[in-house]
Design a protein around this ligand. Structure first.
Ligand code: NI
Length: 266
């Protein structure tokens, strides 16, 4: 675990990224004491956060893990979601849209302060497969820059909007050093604005090592989160960031991943 002293505003929080202890993922009562350690800003070795840095002690090789991911934000309901996650000491990954980062920079800082992972979901939620090389590069670069500028955090993961990619998008992602994180579980929360339906689909569809797709821009999805956390915790799952899910399992930039199996990535 590298510790850098570059934290300007957020002095000390619990981070879920790239640390083998797993202490951040235990479901705990809100008042439970948590270990405090310095936030990692501008991690100089993104490979370490993609899982290349550790082997043999990977947390999710030992316990049941799920990576909850929230796309398209941040938006107003993100703040409420952060409170829910904190209550369960759960870590998540936010695939943010660059122009939303510009609109709600405070929320991105709060995501980082909560120990969550921030990842790139393009600048304008464009269908990257329909863009030129230059267009794809601009969508990714502007978002990487906005995240760093507003939060000090350097994203190491890309999720192309709609999961839409092709060889050209993959090549650009590779040039940025970004693996493409798709998903294993899709509760269709953008279509069906029913909290009970979304919760039921996630609970019935999630297996060990899965990446789960949700959207924190929908109130109904955020409303479903306590039930999801309760239900999966009762089945023994720990809630980890995507980078932690793949700890010990190298992710190749430009390649696509949907989850972690007992033996590696898929
Ligand atoms: Ni999206």
């Amino acid at each position: 675990m590298k510790r850098l002293g570059a934290a300007l505003v957020l002095l000390a929080v619990v981070s879920g990224c790239g640390d083998g202890t797993g202490a951040d993922t235990t479901v705990a009562a809100p008042e439970a004491p948590v270990a405090v350690r310095p936030m990692v800003f501008n991690e100089p070795d993104p490979d370490a956060r993609r899982g290349l840095g550790s082997s043999g002690t990977a947390y999710c090789a030992r316990v049941k893990c799920v990576a909850l991911t929230f796309d398209d934000g941040p938006m107003e309901d993100t703040e409420r979601l952060l409170g829910m996650l904190a209550q369960y000491n759960a870590k998540a990954t936010f695939f943010v849209v660059g122009r939303m980062v510009e609109e709600f920079p405070d929320l991105v800082r709060k995501e980082v302060a909560g120990g969550h992972e921030i990842a790139n979901h393009s600048w304008s939620h464009a269908n990257l497969a329909g863009l030129s090389d230059a267009g794809v590069r601009a969508e990714i670069q502007k978002t990487q820059d906005a995240i760093v500028r507003h939060s000090g955090y350097r994203s190491v993961l890309l999720r192309p909007p709609y999961g839409s990619s092709n060889a050209r998008v993959a090549a650009v992602a590779r040039s940025f050093g970004l693996p493409e994180i798709i998903w294993a579980v899709d509760p269709l929360d953008w279509r069906d604005r029913s909290s009970s339906l979304v919760a039921r689909r996630v609970l019935s569809g999630t297996g060990n090592g899965d990446v789960v797709l949700m959207h924190d821009i929908h109130r109904t999805t955020v409303d479903a989160v306590p039930r999801i956390l309760e239900g999966l915790a009762a089945k023994g799952y720990r809630f980890v960031t995507v980078s932690k899910l793949f700890e010990g399992t190298p992710l190749t930039p430009g390649e696509q991943y949907r989850g972690r199996t007992a033996t590696g990535a898929r």
